[in-house]
Design a binder for this molecule. Structure first.
Ligand code: NAD
Length: 268
């Protein structure tokens, strides 16, 4: 069993003292502390049941107390916020600008969508959670702060699940010459998300079987705000994320064959 959080985006939250230690968190659960969200309660339950957990949403759940609890309970974790449409393309384009030394002066991203997720994101507090997650990717890849990186999400009912993402990128090239790139992705929200969520679940299952626990940084490929441990930089570049994941699959695939009870019984 793997727990996959696909619930609506919660209101914006930051780590608070009640999230810092397992003891403080459990005391907070007992007193029904207002800063312990449903997403955190689900992760807590997964840890206690020894079930791997994937947070596909941008809601804050992996707080320090639960990161420690996951390690203690032997639970592998991955998240957060599936990287499926606009942000996927952002993490493909940005590395190419970095390699060619094209300076990104501004990146204006907007989205329209008309499904239930879009409706929820119309609420300013949930919207903020999503925007913070979507904005996090560029600066790390480029190695500098993009002076004007804007991200907007709008609910537009007629589109349903047929999401439209539109990007305008302002670039500065050789001898200061300015250029623009426009990207218009007419995509399908659920069609992009479902296989990503399934892959994350399958790989978490493998991680659990071979005895991995805590943050699975190698799963960064699947997320907008990839989990990373304290002191580590999140990896956003899609190509580096892919290499990291492939190396992890090779390593764990070998380990899994070694610990397979069927192969062991067969003396393989
Ligand atoms: N392309 C994508 O679809 C995509 C990409 C990245 C992230 N996400 C995230 O995945 C999540 C789900 O997206 P969706 O399009 O399926 O949304 P959705 O609105 O269709 O479904 C969310 C469901 O969660 C339920 N829910 C809300 N709070 C709950 C709770 N506390 N416990 C149990 N259920 C609860 C709602 O009733 C609803 O049925 C959102 O947070 C979204 O931002 C989606």
């Amino acid at each position: 069993v793997v727990m996959l959080n696909l619930t609506s985006t919660e209101k914006y939250a930051k780590v608070a003292p009640v999230h810092e230690t397992i003891e403080a968190f459990e005391a907070g659960l007992d007193s029904d502390h207002e800063l312990i969200s449903p997403a955190m309660k689900y992760l807590y339950a997964a840890c206690k049941l020894g079930i791997p957990h994937c947070n596909f949403t941008p809601s804050l759940s992996k707080v320090p107390a639960l990161e420690k609890l996951a390690e203690k309970c032997g639970v592998p974790l991955c998240g957060e916020d599936g990287k499926t449409g606009q942000t996927l393309l952002k993490t493909v384009l940005a590395p190419s600008f970095a390699v060619r030394q094209l300076a990104v002066e501004g990146w204006y991203s907007t989205n329209i969508l008309g499904n239930n997720d879009g409706k929820v994101l119309d609420d300013p507090e949930s919207n903020k959670t999503k925007i913070v997650s979507k904005q996090s990717v560029l600066d790390d890849i480029l190695g500098y702060k993009v002076p004007d990186h804007q991200v907007h999400i709008h609910y537009y009912r007629p589109r349903g699940d047929q999401k439209e993402a539109w990007d305008n990128i302002d670039l500065v090239g050789f001898i200061g010459e300015r250029m623009q790139l426009k990207v218009n992705f007419l995509c399908k929200d659920s069609i992009l998300a479902a296989p990503v969520a399934l892959d994350a679940v399958r790989l978490l299952d493998l991680a659990k079987r071979v005895g991995e626990s805590g943050i699975q940084r190698e799963f960064s490929l699947f997320f907008k705000s990839p989990y990373h441990t304290n002191g580590e930089r999140p990896e956003h570049d899609l190509f580096k994320q892919n290499s990291m994941l492939q190396a992890w699959i090779d390593k764990l695939g070998r380990k899994s064959r070694e610990v397979s009870p069927i192969r062991k019984a067969a003396g393989a």
